[in-house]
Design a protein around this ligand. Structure first.
Ligand code: AMP
Ligand code: MG
Length: 654
């Protein structure tokens, strides 16, 4: 069996030789062989794991032991041969004597490390006589026949074995150390509590299913820790210049914008009426001109005492005028002979100087900062209007991230497909949901469709997508199934760094976050592997992806708002902190927000998101607190609009 995939060794090949008269008669009695096999299978968490490719049971017989060991070293060229059994003080125990002559070099350090580890457990370890050495390219270990001792011995040196094998295989020590450094960079987990960095790897893409990991190698981190890790990697994108128009909504200014002209730029009338000299007071006056809100009709004559001029809202107040009287406070005294023009008008009211006139720059004076760096162009529209009013044509904003969405799963079918679902198939609900959220939140999204659970196909599609986006969101394939290829593909085929692979939350436990350095100075790519279950995918999108998109786009408040609401029903708590889909609405009679559950919260139930506008942040269950009573007040993440009318209690659904 070759351990070379595309010219690159993907794992360390191991042979396990059980040396025991008894087991050679009845292989079911062999317990240490399987124990060692399991131990090596557990290393599938390493980037380059150990795979047991040979197992055999032989009698306590020098010739048989030597024959197998020589064959595995010289013919099979295995990286590691481990014999178990025959190392004690019994008369039939001959393994060390059989193996030692085969060594070209002895490895007394390894032997010492194994004995030391066992002696720490029991002084009887002194009755084991292990020997370790090198033959050709193979390292040979002899460990005791007891399952416990065998395991302890190998475990004691497991961490240094890859290094040792690499050296035996001809890599320079420097290379090995450099490689170890690179690997620890590639799949690093930051222990935020302790400031440490650990290395975690997923199941090898190339190993058999029997050797997949059965426990996730990823530590379960809290939502807060996960949110922080994502935030640390969500660096604001570079500014770009864009026109001032409706496309600015959702963008964040990357510069202060200063008014280069005043608003209004001339003395403008606030209403329709007559420009007057306020001191003239009430009386009948000749109408000597007209000033309507258009320069071509501008009266240029200076108003003299005893004169008035007709004016419209926004019209330039003529020179000499000190106020405007509204048309409702006047009456027509005389019209022209043809009846078309006003000749004299009676002013009924006394106005003060400046009445109904917007002086130059009274709305916005020259030099005013009309918008500040970091401000968001909201859908309310005011920020765009301000810039337009002072004649700003273009502004610098932070580039908004482009994000891509893809679904994974052999069973997942496009919901627009016209063919009937076959047995075992489901419609893709994740992509349409995430595409819709993207549209509503104003981020540009690219649809990368559905990818089957095939490592090569997934690798190809991920690589293709990552050239086009800043953030990639994939759903499905992130948990522990044999078709869950997302994490190993990211690590082993794309060389991405996985920052977390499990989060203590419900729903969304297998949520995965990784990064890949950008090429040629481009920013780091963020990659989210969200769980396939639709409610999990949607909840985790709101909790992790949307804040990241906002932060990249320069938002100062990138997290969704948190309110407090009172539960309308009691809710049972889960062992994990739960993000419970709910509807909140404002109860005017109580003066507070009320929350009602959307019903059964199983992560496959998309109906739990129908009409949902919020996620209740429920604490994890403790012995002291197993449920929250009706009337309890909880923190609520607002993900939708507050336009729901107060819902009746949905107790029946819970
Ligand atoms: P996975 O995370 O791939 O193990 O999928 C978990 C569950 O979610 C399975 O029952 C899948 O069939 C389902 N699932 C995966 N992807 C989708 C999707 N795009 N839309 C709806 N359900 C999905
Ligand atoms: Mg799947």
């Amino acid at each position: 069996m070759s351990n070379i995939v595309q010219g690159k060794p993907e794992y360390y090949s191991v042979g396990i030789l059980t040396v025991s008269d008894t087991c050679s008669q009845d292989s079911t009695k062999d317990r240490s062989g399987p124990v060692l096999k399991t131990l090596f299978a557990e290393t599938s968490q390493l980037k380059k794991p150990f795979y047991v490719v040979k197992t055999k049971i032989v009698k306590d017989d020098t010739f048989e032991v030597q024959k197998s060991v020589k064959d595995w070293c010289d013919v099979e060229n295995l990286d590691l041969v481990v014999t178990t059994g025959g190392t004690g003080f019994g008369v039939r125990d001959v393994t060390p004597e059989a193996v030692q002559p085969l060594f070209e070099k002895t490895c007394s350090g390894i032997t010492y490390a194994m004995i030391k580890a066992s002696l720490e457990k029991t002084e009887f370890a002194a009755l084991s006589r292990p020997v370790c050495g090198i033959r050709g390219n193979t390292i040979i270990l002899t460990v005791p026949g007891s399952p416990k001792g065998a395991r302890e011995n190998v475990q004691a040196i497991l961490n240094i074995l890859p290094h040792a094998i690499d050296l035996v295989r001809g890599e320079s020590g420097e290379n090995v150390h450099a490689q170890l450094r690179v690997e620890s960079h590639e799949c690093v987990h930051h222990d935020h509590k302790h400031g440490d960095k650990h290395q975690y790897s997923s199941t090898s893409l190339f190993g058999p299913v029997s050797q997949r990991q059965r426990k996730s190698p990823y530590p379960m981190i809290t939502v807060a820790e996960a949110v922080n890790i994502v935030a640390e990697h969500s660096n604001i994108l570079s500014p770009i210049k864009v026109p001032v128009d409706e496309n600015l909504i959702g963008m964040v200014l990357a510069e202060d914008v200063v008014a280069r002209q005043p608003v209004p730029g001339y003395r403008a009338s606030i209403l329709d009426g007559y420009s007057v000299i306020a001191n003239d007071g009430p009386g009948v006056y000749p109408v000597i001109g007209v000033s309507i809100a258009n320069t071509s009709h501008l009266s240029t004559n200076k108003l003299q005492p005893g004169q008035i001029a007709r004016i419209t809202t926004g019209g330039p107040v003529p020179p000499g005028a000190t106020a405007v009287v509204m048309v409702e406070d006047t009456t027509l005294v005389r019209a022209s002979e043809d009846g078309l023009q006003e000749e004299s008008v009676e002013i009924h009211v006394q106005v003060s100087d400046g009445a109904n006139i917007r002086e130059i720059g009274s709305d916005t004076s020259i030099g005013t900062i009309v918008a500040r760096k970091g401000e968001l162009f909201s859908a309310v529209g005011g920020e765009i209007g301000v810039l337009a009013s002072v004649g700003v044509k273009e502004v610098c904003v932070y580039r908004r991230p482009v994000f891509g969405v893809l679904s994974t799963g052999n069973e997942v079918i496009d919901h627009k497909s016209t063919s009937e679902l076959k047995y075992g198939q489901i419609f893709d609900s994740n992509r349409p949901t995430l595409l819709a959220i993207a549209k509503a939140t104003g981020f540009e999204v690219k649809d990368f469709g559905i990818v089957s659970d095939d490592a090569k196909e997934l690798e190809k599609r991920l690589k293709e997508a990552l050239t086009q986006v800043d953030v990639l969101v994939s759903t499905g394939g992130v948990s522990m199934g044999e078709l869950d290829l997302f994490k190993p593909t990211l690590q082993q085929s794309l060389g991405a760094t996985i920052h977390f692979g499990r989060v203590k939350m419900k729903p969304g436990k297998p949520t995965t976050f990784a990064t890949l350095p950008g090429t040629a100075g481009a920013p780091e790519k963020l990659i989210f592997g969200l769980p396939g279950n639709p409610a999990s995918a949607t909840v985790t999108f709101y909790l992790f992806v949307l804040p990241a998109l906002r932060k990249l786009a320069g938002y100062e408040n990138w997290n969704s708002p948190i309110l407090q609401a009172e539960l309308m029903d009691k809710i049972s708590l889960d062992p994990r902190p739960e993000y419970h889909r709910a509807v909140i609405s404002f109860d005017h009679s109580k003066g507070k927000f009320m929350a009602t559950s959307t019903g059964h919260q199983i992560s496959s139930r998309m109906l739990s998101l129908r009409n949902c506008n919020s996620l209740l942040k429920l604490p994890e269950r403790t012995d002291q607190c197993k449920e929250l009573d009706k009337g309890s007040v909880v923190d609520v993440i607002l993900i939708g609009k507050l336009n729901k009318t107060l819902q009746p209690s949905l107790k029946s659904k819970m």
